[in-house]
Design a protein around this ligand. Structure first.
Ligand code: SF4
Ligand code: SF4
Length: 380
């Protein structure tokens, strides 16, 4: 059975509009269910949940379980690093926030085009190697959303890396931009351990268009839509599959799915291809809700939330006028201190942060056209 990793990127919240308001009580229940199921790999990062994810890990795992019973993976926030003097204080802060003496896995977070300022100007690789030699890290690696060619350059130049965390799911498998399949092949060529992130593509593959769901259900009415996504990744050559559950129920489903992830047969793989075609023709914006873009927005536009509503609205394709997603957008617009799509000033700062290379301000124009209408309670 593949190891399921508990990603701490989309934890349950007490206030859905405040990403720092982690619901610790529910996270405790999730951690208990996860450990009871026989798993032990937690994945966090300095920047997740506006800096609170590592604290949540300490509170819900470290303070409740013996150190030898779990493994922790976290990441150096390349997004904020411009000079070497920042490295030691951030690393020390991470150890303190996580409440541990060492990390089992430590990554450079999202080595790709938009973190170039960090990895080109600062010798990050020597830093993590040094921390490993000092005993503060067991295994060093990177996470990346870069393509296969970019990954190969890194692995060729840095044989000291032991593992890579890659975005892999059936929809991105042959995708030209993400290149999941090719990236996995490159990692294996360089003999690296692979950890898989985004097996459900930020929840997308749990909520596929009706036509795609029908194909899956017609073939096997007993398996859920997400089981196809889990079975696809669970049988690849990787050591961990990370899922970012947002509730105890989701986590329990993930546990069941990975424990029952028998390999897809040829007929099922064919259905996956057809499902991918249907989804691709329905997805409007390829957002995984990673939220890397959100902090860069001076207008406080919650881009990830807005794109989620927008995609769901498009898939629903409801012509009756009112939809739950339009309503949710209206509710969002009434919150204090948030920007809506039409507040975008097209500064383009967010584009640099987006691993999916989405032209965010362009999409926001369409979002405004769809949602900010009289039919949804906006005045023209
Ligand atoms: S382009 Fe628009 S959404 Fe992006 S950071 Fe600027 S104002 Fe925010
Ligand atoms: S727009 Fe891009 S950076 Fe922002 S949440 Fe979506 S995928 Fe992440």
């Amino acid at each position: 059975m593949k190891n399921l990793g508990m990603g701490m990127m989309r934890l349950p919240l007490l206030d859905e509009n405040d990403f720092a308001s982690v619901d610790y009580e529910q996270v405790n229940q999730m951690v208990d269910a996860y450990m009871d199921a026989g798993f032990n790999h937690f994945d966090t990062a300095y920047i997740y949940h506006e800096g609170v994810s590592e604290d949540a890990f300490k509170k819900c795992v470290v303070e409740r379980y013996p150190r030898e019973s779990f493994k922790i993976a976290t990441k150096l926030p390349l997004f904020v690093i411009t000079e070497e003097s920042q490295l030691e204080p951030i690393f020390a802060d991470q150890l303190k926030k996580c409440g541990v003496d060492y990390f089992d896995y430590y990554m450079l977070h999202n080595v790709s085009g938009f973190t170039e300022a960090a990895w080109k100007n600062v010798d990050l690789y020597s830093f993590i190697q040094k921390k490993k030699e000092e005993g503060f890290i067991k295994h060093i690696g990177i996470s990346t959303h870069g393509n296969a060619e970019f990954l190969e350059e890194i692995l060729f130049e840095h044989p000291e890396l032991e593992f890579v965390l890659l975005q892999i799911n059936y929809l991105d498998w042959e995708d030209d931009g993400i290149q999941s399949k090719k990236c996995l092949e490159i990692a294996k060529k360089y003999d690296k351990q692979v950890m898989i992130m985004e097996p459900y593509k930020g929840g997308f593959l749990a909520d596929v268009p009706k036509e795609a769901e029908k194909l899956m259900k017609d073939y096997n009415p007993d398996r859920s839509v997400v089981s196809w996504a889990m079975r696809f990744v669970a049988n690849l050559d990787a050591c961990v599959v990370l899922t970012g559950a947002s509730s105890l129920e989701q986590l329990e489903n993930n546990i069941w799915e990975i424990k029952n992830a028998d390999p897809l047969n040829d007929e099922e793989l064919k259905i996956i291809e057809e499902v991918s075609e249907i989804i691709n023709s329905n997805i409007t914006v390829d957002c995984t809700k990673c939220r890397y873009c959100v902090d860069s927005c001076s207008e406080d536009i919650d881009i990830a939330k807005i794109f989620d509503l927008y995609n769901k609205e498009k898939i629903l394709d409801d012509k009756t006028g009112w939809t739950q997603y339009g309503n949710a957008y209206l509710n969002y617009s009434k919150l204090p201190d948030v920007g809506i799509a039409s507040d975008c000033i097209e500064c383009e700062l967010c584009i640099e942060e987006c691993p999916q290379q989405i032209n965010i301000p362009e999409v926001l124009k369409d979002v405004a056209e769809i949602f900010e209408t009289e039919g949804y309670g906006f005045e023209n």
